[in-house]
Design a protein around this ligand. Structure first.
Ligand code: GTP
Ligand code: MG
Length: 136
């Protein structure tokens, strides 16, 4: 099976949606949460995590937002979990995300789109090393 890195972004934590979002992940058959932590992200961690977006116009506000409050970081394990959590989350822009998806149900603003999930096996491996080095 696979492992993926999930972050519940500061908007999800501030709005009291941790349980709602984790519940959706938890209820998927055969998926397991193998690590979970509430933490505040520093600049170095965010630069590593979102390095692919450095130089883009949304990068600086994205990093500031991600540092604006604690996030919940999780490792989720299971069958096709990388693709699966992305499907639960929905597309990046919450207005384009279908109702029933996490972003579609709870989001409006592109930056405040509630959840991060690794977008490929390579990203998952890279991101898990950043957030949970002892679990990799
Ligand atoms: P993550 O799971 O957070 O990585 O989202 P994603 O994979 O759906 O999108 P992507 O990696 O392309 O962008 C990372 C984050 O930057 C997004 O979740 C948005 O919060 C923000 N972002 C991406 N594109 C835009 C944009 O065009 N405008 C703004 N304001 N923010 C953007
Ligand atoms: Mg991404």
């Amino acid at each position: 099976s696979e492992r993926t890195l999930v972050l519940l972004k500061p908007d999800a934590v501030r709005r009291g949606l941790i349980g709602e979002i984790i519940g959706r992940i938890e209820r998927k058959a055969g998926w397991t949460i193998s690590a979970l932590e509430l933490r505040s992200l520093d600049q170095a961690t965010l630069e590593q995590h979102y390095g692919e977006h450095q130089g883009k116009p949304f990068y600086e506000p994205l990093v500031a937002f991600m540092a604006s409050g604690p996030v919940v970081a999780l490792v989720v394990e299971g069958e096709r979990v990388i693709e699966g959590v992305r499907a639960l989350a929905g597309p990046t822009d919450p207005i384009a995300a279908a109702p029933g998806s996490i972003r579609g149900d709870f989001g409006v603003i592109v930056r405040e789109n509630l959840i991060h999930a690794s977008d490929s096996a390579e990203s998952a491996e890279r991101e898990l090393k950043i957030f949970f080095p002892s679990a990799v």
